[in-house]
Design a protein around this ligand. Structure first.
Ligand SMILES: *[C@@H]1O[C@H](CO)[C@@H](O)[C@H](O)[C@H]1NC(C)=O
Ligand SMILES: *[C@@H]1O[C@H](CO)[C@@H](O)[C@H](O)[C@H]1NC(C)=O
Ligand SMILES: *[C@@H]1O[C@H](CO)[C@@H](O)[C@H](O)[C@H]1NC(C)=O
Ligand SMILES: *[C@@H]1O[C@H](CO)[C@@H](O)[C@H](O)[C@H]1NC(C)=O
Ligand SMILES: *[C@@H]1O[C@H](CO)[C@@H](O)[C@H](O)[C@H]1NC(C)=O
Length: 514
């Protein structure tokens, strides 16, 4: 086993969880079967509606009971939701999806000249197929006896990757963000791509190579990633904090802007997750994560003028920061906690908890109890950020942020960080906050046959449903909500080391390299 944590821990070189629990404040949590069952019931309700009105299409529109095929019509909700159903032991659902998998034609799109997002296709479909394969070959093997059905998961992932790999046919090897399968395999010809879409392939494609024995997938993804690990072109804003757009012809950076949010986020996330996957082979990814993490703590951590107790992450343009963030960046707390656990560095755990608490505050301050897509504040040190719209000035005084985009589309990132905070501290407060978030989402977003995206979290009733249930509701939001209350298992994060799984950015757990 190449994962070294057990021997390192035995030597006493690192002891990340030792500062916890802090007995005076912590009431230790434990598995909560009642709450776990409630999350599973929400999954079942969502599945039943999807099954009746949308399957085998991509997303259910729960209010109109229609559907869309915005992920190319290969059944994204089913594939994305499969491993959550496995973890929940929902064997009827698992069986329905497994029967469907071999019938999906991953070599073409039903619609001619329909663009295929390499990033979305990778994290949802390849991620969902590979993790379900790992779980059914591993700790959940008793759920399915027919190995042909299980093996189809891997062969379909490989078929899909064989089509997607045309994306890498650029001068540099930096992948094109968009490809087409119908009528011919080709890439869009885009001259640039962003670091999230380039840097969020390497875990899935390395796993695919390890499972198939074909090194090509790992080589392609790691070649694209190499330009992000060894940046040229526009300078890094600070060590490790790179720009956003990269030339597909030269691999050079084109700007020095960035954040822990859209277009950048999961590039940073995967640096430390590759180290969890194999700490020897991907030690240099860890080194880049450490640089980015330290620069983030030094330069992007920002406290609002009205709530200096909160810490949000600013965006940057070169060395100029702007105090705005959003729901997507809410994963950062969990990623810092993971890094702190793996590296035995309490400072990253503490910073991750600070972020988790602060981003959760965007939930518990709104009328709906749900955090907004986008928000902003005034930085208490630099004064950057302007001033809140007058309609939100009293809200800003109390909450420490104002809402710049009020919608919510069933995103998971806040629940994800609450999961990491709970696992590292054992503090039942995080279970209670996750329960509050889950309860608000399932109350306010309940619409039509299932759960829907909503327009405005600043209104107690959510401001109306916008009639979409994205596949990440199945894959991520309900999975993290479930795991925080579920029994111990091999997939649960262990703050003392010896972890057997690494979650991709869509919450699909892969077995780590042995
Ligand atoms: C998948 O689609 C391609 C292109 O239309 C077709 O040639 C092939 O036969 C299809 N495969 C299956 C199994 O239906
Ligand atoms: C296993 O599943 C495959 C694919 O659906 C099917 O062809 C085969 O008959 C099944 N085997 C058994 C033993 O049920
Ligand atoms: C790669 O792109 C070149 C043109 O730049 C083209 O001639 C070639 O066929 C492509 N290869 C593949 C495998 O798509
Ligand atoms: C970088 O940020 C600056 C300032 O916000 C903006 O003017 C510029 O267009 C951004 N560049 C890119 C490539 O987004
Ligand atoms: C809201 O979250 C903050 C964490 O930043 C916590 O201190 C506070 O108790 C929470 N309030 C409620 C009502 O849950």
């Amino acid at each position: 086993m190449r994962f070294i944590s057990s021997s390192v821990f035995a030597l006493g070189l690192v002891a990340p969880a030792l500062a916890y629990p802090r007995p005076e404040v912590v009431k230790r949590g434990s598995p909560n079967p009642t709450r776990a069952a409630a999350v599973k019931a929400a999954f079942q309700t969502s599945w039943n509606a999807y099954r009746q009105f949308a399957f085998p299409h991509d997303d259910l529109h729960p209010v109109s009971n229609g559907f869309d095929d915005e992920r190319n019509g290969w059944g994204s909700s089913a594939i994305d939701g499969l491993d959550t159903a496995i973890l929940m032991g929902a064997s009827d659902i698992v069986n329905t999806i497994l029967q469907r998998v071999p019938q999906i034609n991953f070599t073409t799109t039903a619609v001619a000249n329909q663009g295929i997002s390499v990033f979305e296709t990778n994290i949802r479909y390849i991620g969902g197929l590979l993790s379900s394969y790992d779980l059914l070959k591993g700790p959940f093997s008793s759920l399915v006896t027919n190995q042909t059905l299980v093996n189809n998961l891997l062969s379909q992932a490989q078929t899909l990757a064989n089509g997607l790999k045309v994306a890498f046919n650029t001068t540099s090897g930096v992948p094109d963000p968009t490809v087409y399968f119908n009528p011919t395999y080709r890439r869009s010809g885009a001259s640039s791509n962003n670091i999230a879409e380039i840097g969020t392939l390497v875990l899935e494609w390395t796993r695919l190579s390890d499972l198939t024995g074909n090194p090509l997938y790992a080589q392609l993804a790691q070649k694209g990633e190499s330009y992000l690990l060894n940046p040229t072109g526009s300078p890094e804003a600070w060590p490790g904090l790179v720009g956003t757009f990269v030339s597909t012809s030269s691999g050079a950076f084109q700007d020095s802007n960035g954040s822990w949010s859209a277009l950048s986020d999961s590039f940073y996330e995967y640096l430390i997750k590759m180290y969890l996957y194999d700490p020897v082979a991907f030690a240099n990814y860890k080194d880049r994560w450490v640089l980015a993490a330290d620069s983030t703590i030094a330069h992007l951590a920002s406290h609002p003028t009205t709530r200096k107790d909160l810490t949000f992450l600013s965006a940057y343009s070169g060395q100029s920061t702007s105090p705005n963030s959003g729901h997507l960046a809410s994963f950062a707390g969990g990623n810092f906690i993971l890094g702190g656990i793996l590296l035995g560095q309490q400072k990253y755990i503490d910073f991750g908890i600070q972020l988790t608490n602060s981003y959760y505050a965007t939930y518990n301050q709104t009328a709906s109890g749900i955090g907004p897509e986008g928000f902003a504040w005034v930085d208490s040190v630099t004064g950057a950020g302007g001033s809140p719209p007058s309609s939100q000035s009293s809200f800003y005084s109390k909450a420490g942020f104002w809402v710049s985009a009020g919608y919510y589309i069933l995103r998971p990132e806040t629940l994800e960080s609450l999961y990491y905070a709970y696992r590292v501290t054992g503090d039942s407060k995080y279970q209670d906050w996750a329960w509050a978030a889950f309860s608000a989402i399932t109350k306010v977003c309940r619409a039509g046959s299932a759960y829907s995206s909503i327009n405005d979290v600043t209104q107690a009733n959510g401001g109306g449903a916008s009639d979409d249930m994205e596949s990440f509701w199945f894959a991520e939001a309900l999975k993290y909500a479930y795991l925080i209350f579920a029994e111990e298992s091999d997939v649960q994060l262990n703050p003392n080391g010896g972890n057997k799984f690494v979650f991709n950015t869509e919450a699909h757990p892969f077995s780590i390299r042995k």
